[in-house]
Write a new protein. Structure first.
Length: 72
């Protein structure tokens, strides 16, 4: 049986294991969030949302995702 390689990242301060080849876009989708309503910081740098499909996570990356909620 083939073993799938995983990486560990820190997502919003909590450790998380992911498949080795995971884009920032894949992560956002797995969290059921829309890229239109989030701000994303990867290793202390704000990233352009246009780049999320081509930006792949690496072992020990630190990512912060903040999503916006309207209220009244």
């Amino acid at each position: 049986m083939k073993k799938t390689k995983k990486i560990k990242i820190i997502l919003n301060g909590k450790s998380r294991s992911l498949q080795k080849i995971t884009s920032v876009y894949d992560l956002i989708r797995s969290l059921k969030l829309s890229t239109d309503k989030v701000a994303i910081e990867l290793n202390k740098e704000i990233i352009n949302k246009k780049a999320v499909k081509n930006l792949y996570l690496k072992n020990n990356d630190k990512i912060e995702i903040v999503h916006f909620i309207g209220g009244g």
